[in-house]
Design a protein around this ligand. Structure first.
Ligand code: FPP
Ligand code: MG
Length: 253
């Protein structure tokens, strides 16, 4: 758990550099308080420290799984970077990026709670799927909050997807609802001055049902996560897991 949490934190420290974010968890980001160089070095430190810690485990399994997962995560970020400015990104490409950059680590964390081998391998697979669906749902809600949330509640910089011209699910849905001419007008607006972007975009997203569409996709994935928990013994730990899908779709931070 410590290794995964340190890796998660390292990815966010680096992510805040890429997104030029100034706030995270209600505090100044490392890049805002210090600078880019310090953020890169701190992220690297957390990342290498986490791998060192993982390597002290008797089995190499956790280290291997975390290594595979972090390379998927980086691939997701690289793909996202490569698609910047492509507002016609397909929903399936978006979902693959979402899966790689976020759901992979969530799935890994849930899988690591089970033994590597043994007679509970079916349950172990289900836990990995639980984490995957939960992470996919989480990232869609994250992308919704980026356009509908409030920074003072979320405690992090919002609007960074639009600022960096990343197509996320609400925008992808809106794009699919527009005529070619309307798409051209939207693109001009999205490439235009920052203050007007969200003010124009939000009513359009609401009018075309794009916010609701993305929310329903997130709810559907959260329900799939819940289904993975069917038949688990009732105890304090499983009760916590059962609360997570609900929490993910209703969160405002
Ligand atoms: C949050 O995305 C960021 C991620 C899910 C992954 C970031 C990964 C990297 C920058 C590369 C890997 C780095 C290391 C150290 C291996 P977001 O911007 O959509 O979410 P946010 O709203 O919380 O910023
Ligand atoms: Mg970010």
């Amino acid at each position: 758990a410590t290794v995964v949490e340190m890796i998660h934190t390292a990815t966010l420290v680096h992510d805040d550099v890429l997104d030029m974010a100034t706030m995270r968890r209600h505090c100044e980001t490392v890049n805002e308080r210090w600078d880019t160089e310090s953020s890169i070095l701190l992220g690297d430190f957390l990342f290498t420290r986490a791998f060192h810690l993982a390597s002290t485990l008797e089995s190499t399994w956790a280290c291997r799984l975390i290594g595979e997962t972090t390379s998927q995560l980086c691939e997701g970020e690289i793909r996202q970077k490569g698609n910047q400015g492509d507002f016609g990104l397909s929903e399936s490409d978006y979902l693959q990026i979402n899966d790689a950059k976020t759901a992979s680590l969530c799935s890994c964390a849930c899988r690591l709670g089970m033994p590597e081998k043994g007679d509970q391998h079916k349950l172990a697979d289900r836990m990995a799927s639980f984490g995957r669906y939960l992470g996919q749902s989480f990232q869609i809600v994250d992308d919704l909050l980026d356009v509908t949330g409030h920074e003072s509640i979320a405690g992090k910089s919002l609007g960074t997807d639009l600022q960096h011209q990343k197509a996320t699910l609400p925008l992808i849905h809106l794009w699919s609802q527009l005529s070619h001419k309307e798409q051209q007008l939207l693109e001009k607006m999205l490439r235009g001055p920052a203050p007007e972007r969200l003010a124009h975009l939000l009513p359009m997203l609401r009018r075309h049902g794009s916010i609701e569409y993305a929310r329903q996709r997130a709810i559907g994935l959260a329900e799939k996560a819940s289904d993975c928990l069917q038949g688990l013994p009732q105890n304090e730990a499983t009760e916590m897991l059962q609360l997570l899908p609900e929490f993910v779709v209703h969160r405002v931070r």
